[in-house]
Ligand binder design. Structure first.
Ligand code: PLP
Ligand code: ZN
Length: 416
């Protein structure tokens, strides 16, 4: 039994069948899925969720597929960590980290959206899958396609981090690096989708893809003991994650799984690619596209597809947003690593840096539950921090040399 009834234009409401379509023929608005709430309610409850395997498919009622768990049976259900030491460092008393840097199998939040999109691709009979990506999406599509036996061709801007390229190549995806930035890659994919019957997870399968992001929010609620946080800081790239996490918080309340006041949601962007935060600060209703220039390549999208939704939702929630410079991002990557033992990529550094600013500005009160979304893994983007970190101390294999070297480190004797 599936609650998926079809698609609907998010602008004019025109109905469409649940196929690989994504723009309204009448008004060019984006299409979204329609779920039958009565069907969802039949089986969705705290108890039914808790009885299922620990993956994103435990929230199957709100995911738009016919057969849950066919792709990505082990994706999702990543840790929500109480971050006391990070909290102390940024001046907050109830700080948590939702850690998708260890999502399975490719170590980013994209392992939530891809299983949903590829499940739908299989159901619609596609044999080739594709995407426009800043790296993590490409890694995730490549891995899940390999396991599903699908042909995979991915499109990335040239000049991505080596770890991100290698992390697709190893799954034998065909990689096309386009001379240009992500926004140009995305436009190219839109044109290709008109000509080839390929499932582009974030173009013609976008209505299904975005729903997978809700599980990031559902997991936070379940892991807090069926309670909403008061504040959530989330990164914005194309603008999929943030609105869908907000929707998940609403769904959890609407379907009787959680109680609590509405969550205040904050967007985090890199200063070199911050169209949404700039619009927020300027009091505009719509963002102005920018040309991205930042070390946070996975969130370097200058013309985010759902950027205006992010703006609207952040405002309506009573939240806010900030941006972080490359320097602040590197320093926040190190802070999270040193305080919580989590190595994130620049996107996670951005979120931590922004959370730190918002707490310092008094926008987030220090004693109300705060969840910081960490969405990617630092092992893929070593170039971002390698220059900032000290080299190893080299010694001969002699106890005395070790002891002399350690004694020469300033503050060694006092360090814990
Ligand atoms: C894709 C991505 C995001 C957020 O992207 P949205 O397009 O806004 O959903 C955040 N962090 C990382 C590491 C990502 O790969
Ligand atoms: Zn329409």
């Amino acid at each position: 039994m599936t609650a998926l009834v079809g698609l609907k234009c998010r602008a004019c409401g025109a109905p469409y069948p649940a196929e690989a379509v994504y723009v309204c023929e009448q008004c060019l608005g984006p299409l979204g899925v329609v779920l039958d709430e009565a069907v969802v309610r039949k089986t969705l409850s705290r108890a039914s969720i808790e009885s299922r395997p620990r993956s994103l498919w435990r929230y199957r009622e709100v995911l738009p597929v016919l057969e849950p768990g066919r792709v990505g049976p082990t994706s999702g259900m990543t840790p929500l960590l109480r971050a006391e030491r990070l909290g102390r460092a940024i001046g907050h008393d109830d700080c948590w980290v939702k850690d998708d840097s260890v999502n399975h199998p490719t170590c980013s939040y994209k392992d939530r959206v891809v299983p949903v999109a590829l499940s739908r691709a299989l159901e619609l009979g596609f044999t080739t899958v594709s995407c426009a990506s800043t790296g993590n999406l490409a890694n995730s599509v490549s891995a899940h396609a390999a396991r599903a036996g699908l042909r995979c061709v991915i499109f990335i801007p040239d000049g991505l981090e080596r770890g991100k390229i290698l992390g697709s190549a190893v799954f034998r995806a065909t990689i096309v690096a386009v001379r240009g930035n992500y926004d140009q890659v995305n436009r190219l994919c839109t044109e290709l989708a008109e000509r080839h019957r390929w499932a582009f997870v974030n173009v013609n399968l976008r209505p299904y893809y975005v729903e997978g992001a809700k599980t990031f929010g559902w997991e936070i609620v379940e892991q807090l003991g069926w309670r909403l946080p008061r504040h959530a800081v989330l990164p914005t790239a194309g603008g999929t994650l943030l609105p869908k996490v907000a929707e998940a918080f609403e769904e959890a309340v609407r379907y009787g799984c959680a109680e609590g006041a509405p969550v205040r949601i904050y967007t985090a962007q890199a200063a070199g690619s911050a169209p949404v935060v700039r619009a927020l600060h300027a009091g505009l209703d719509r963002f102005e596209p920018v040309k991205p220039q930042t070390i946070a390549k996975s969130i370097a999208i200058g013309n985010p597809a759902d950027g205006n939704d992010v703006l609207r939702i952040v405002r309506a929630s009573g939240g806010w947003g900030e941006m972080a410079t490359d320097e602040e991002i590197v320093s926040a990557i190190r802070l999270l690593a040193e305080t919580e033992g989590i190595f994130t990529e620049p996107a996670g550094g951005t979120t931590v840096a922004v959370a730190r600013k918002l707490v310092a500005e008094g926008k987030i009160p220090k004693n109300e539950t705060l969840v910081i979304g960490v969405t990617g893994n630092g092992y893929k983007t070593q170039e971002a921090v390698v220059e900032a970190l000290p080299a190893p101390r080299v010694v001969n294999p002699k106890v005395r040399e070790v002891e002399e070297t350690l004694a020469g480190i300033p503050g060694w004797e006092d360090a814990k």
